[in-house]
Design a protein around this ligand. Structure first.
Ligand SMILES: Nc1ncnc2c1ncn2[C@@H]1O[C@H](COP(=O)(O)OP(=O)(O)O)[C@@H](O)[C@H]1O
Ligand SMILES: [Mg+2]
Length: 592
């Protein structure tokens, strides 16, 4: 059993989801037109029962509408035709609102997600975010296009029906309305409970999707570890618990339905009986009793429908809340940002001033301590140290992936936090150890460094990065498709594409994070010459595993547990008898 949600939260959730209506606002005239069609057609529909009753009265000579039975036929035909036209219009109006409004929601949501910072990304699972964009948005769309309209239609029917009946026969109507509060109160209570279940079910579904996505993403790893059984069990457990929740959900909905139907039919038979007594005493015409019963049936249907729709709507409110929660987050950058297009033209003087840092996800572990160094424009420095020492973290801070806890970083004597983030990052290029290429052509992948580059720039970049060598061996050259559905490139080839990307970008600051660490000696040599081309005249930070590649840099910083333990040129550091660097060099010399 889920605890019923606290009323306070429910109210807040209603307020939260209410705000999603701002996406409908630009299309409000379509929405209003749809609503008008809806109200008119539902109202017209309510003429039927009265007209049918009157027709029966007319047929036995007790009619009061002063039209013949034949004319009744024409009246029905007319109503049917108008109904048809109105329904068509209503559907298209609402489709317009929901399709366009939901497209806007999707765009806004996607934009929000991709403009979040690294911490956001690290704290969520990809599958969870995907299901926000798909499952939750879909549920919202259903609410807008079908459920909401249906809900309003039923309410119109209910109001008009009750109104007509009170005018026609107050006594019977009062008897009928006796059952009304029971149904309303119980449907609200039930609806609240069902909403909790629906939310749980949605979460479980997301969990299941995450498992599928993760195991498919790491398919080779799963194979290598022969963990099919493990993955299958994990999936099976998740599915099983989802089935349990879903069954519970279905049972509750079923109970709800039975409850409503029982109350409804009980009431209906009771009223029928009362009405028959009135006809017997000649207090009412047979046709009127007929109308009354049809109205009561329609009203009853509306009430049952509202109860059902209420729980569906309540489910959509859960989805809306989750969407709204993401829409309310602050972005670290703007997608449309004027300032981002003003080039900063940084020279690349970098200074770290007494920087301390702990990752937001693990605030108690200080990853960097007292980091202090200075790189002049065009210099090359290297960061070395054992794995986990904090080398990558230093460059993450420089790229403003995270905020320092204390101390600050300047580029060209300006605190990097004062730059426009997008404009700032445009001055930096990074070549990491693992390059993930996007599904698409080689050309598109190179263009990622500068989407508006010209043909000749691309060619130049491919030449300088030594990528041209292998690109030309492919029959389709630059148009060769790589990535998930394309040709598989080797590590060294991917690396050269990444270098071509960086060359296109023409950054003033270049970061190589173990760029050649996973390459064999042969490809390392090719990539190294490409890297030398790339580093020429740029401030470069080289994180290297193989110390032979950094002998000529201007300064080497040796990191140990987040602190700079030694610094100096290769020649200086090699002199330190008990130095860490010297020790590392000796280790690697022995290996070779
Ligand atoms: N995103 C992260 N969240 C929390 N801790 C992290 C994160 N990235 C790295 N760390 C931790 O910070 C320390 C330094 O990591 P890192 O800078 O990647 O080391 P290096 O690049 O020198 O191998 C390690 O202890 C690592 O576990
Ligand atoms: Mg690293």
């Amino acid at each position: 059993m889920t605890k019923p949600l606290k009323p306070k939260i429910t109210k807040q959730s209603l307020l939260n989801s209410y705000r999603i209506l701002r996406f409908i606002k630009p299309y409000k005239w379509y929405f209003i037109s749809g609503m008008i069609c809806l109200v008119i057609s539902s109202s017209m529909f309510m003429i039927f029962p009265a007209a049918a009753g009157e027709m029966a009265n007319t047929a036995i000579g007790k009619g009061s509408w002063k039209i013949s039975v034949k004319e009744f036929g024409l009246l029905f035909l007319g109503i049917l035709i108008i109904q048809g036209i109105l329904s068509y219009l209503r559907t298209t109006f609402f489709a317009r609102v929901s399709e366009m409004g939901i497209a806007d929601v999707r765009k806004a949501l996607y934009e929000k997600i991709i403009t979040q910072n690294m911490t956001f990304y690290e704290s969520r699972r990809v599958g969870e975010l995907t299901s926000r964009l798909t499952a939750d948005v879909e549920q919202l769309q259903n609410a807008f296009s079908i459920t909401l309209a249906e809900f309003i239609r039923q309410i119109v029917i209910l109001i008009i029906g009750v109104f007509v009946l009170i005018l026609m026969m107050p006594k019977l109507t009062l008897i009928m309305l006796g059952t009304f509060p029971v149904i309303v109160v119980s449907s609200v209570l039930f609806g609240r409970y069902i909403r909790g279940l629906s939310r749980k079910r949605q979460d479980r579904l997301a969990d299941t999707n995450i498992i599928v996505e993760e195991s498919l993403q790491s398919f080779p790893t799963m194979k290598a570890f022969a963990n099919e059984r493990f993955e299958s069990l994990r999936f099976f457990n998740s599915i099983t618990s989802m089935v349990e929740i879903s069954m519970n959900y279905a049972r509750m909905r079923g109970l709800f339905f039975i409850f409503i139907i029982t109350v409804l039919f009980g009431g209906l038979f009771f009223i029928l009986w009362q009405g028959a007594l009135m006809v017997q005493e000649d207090k009412m015409a047979v046709g009127d009793l007929f109308s009354f019963i049809v109205y009561t049936g329609v009203i009853g249907g509306a009430i049952a429908g509202i109860g059902n729709l209420y729980s569906t709507l309540a489910g959509s409110i859960g989805a809306t809340e989750r969407i709204q929660e993401i829409l309310d987050l602050d972005s670290e950058v703007k997608v449309e940002d004027e300032a981002a297009f003003e080039p900063l033209n940084l020279k690349g003087n970098i200074q770290f001033n007494d920087v301390y840092f702990a990752y937001p996800g693990r605030p108690d572990i200080e990853v960097l301590k007292k980091i202090q160094f200075n790189i002049k424009q065009g210099q090359r420095i290297a960061l070395v140290g054992s794995s986990g020492a904090g080398k990558s973290t230093i460059v993450s801070l420089l790229m403003r992936f995270y905020q320092t806890n204390s101390g600050y970083i300047t580029v060209d004597q300006t605190n990097i936090d004062d730059f426009n983030l997008t404009a700032f990052r445009k001055n930096i290029a990074i070549v990491p150890q693992e390059i993930l290429l996007f599904g698409g052509t080689i050309k598109e992948n190179i263009l990622y460094g500068k989407p508006n580059a010209s043909e000749s720039e691309i060619l130049e970049a491919a030449r300088k990065s030594n990528a041209i060598e292998f690109i030309e061996t492919f029959p389709e050259g630059f148009n060769t498709v790589v990535g998930e559905r394309g040709i598989k490139l080797s590590g060294g080839q991917r690396q050269r594409i990444a270098i071509a990307r960086a060359i296109l970008r023409n950054p003033s600051i270049l970061i190589l994070d173990e760029a050649t660490s996973s390459l064999d000696a042969e490809s390392e040599r090719t990539v190294q010459t490409a890297l030398d081309n790339l580093m020429y005249n740029r401030t470069s930070i080289i994180i290297a595993h193989r110390l032979s590649t950094i002998r000529k840099v201007d300064c080497i910083y040796v990191l140990k547990s987040g602190e700079i333990a030694e610094s100096g040129t290769h020649d200086e550091l090699i002199q330190k008898e008990k130095g860490i660097y010297k020790h590392l060099i000796n280790l690697q010399l022995n290996d070779e």
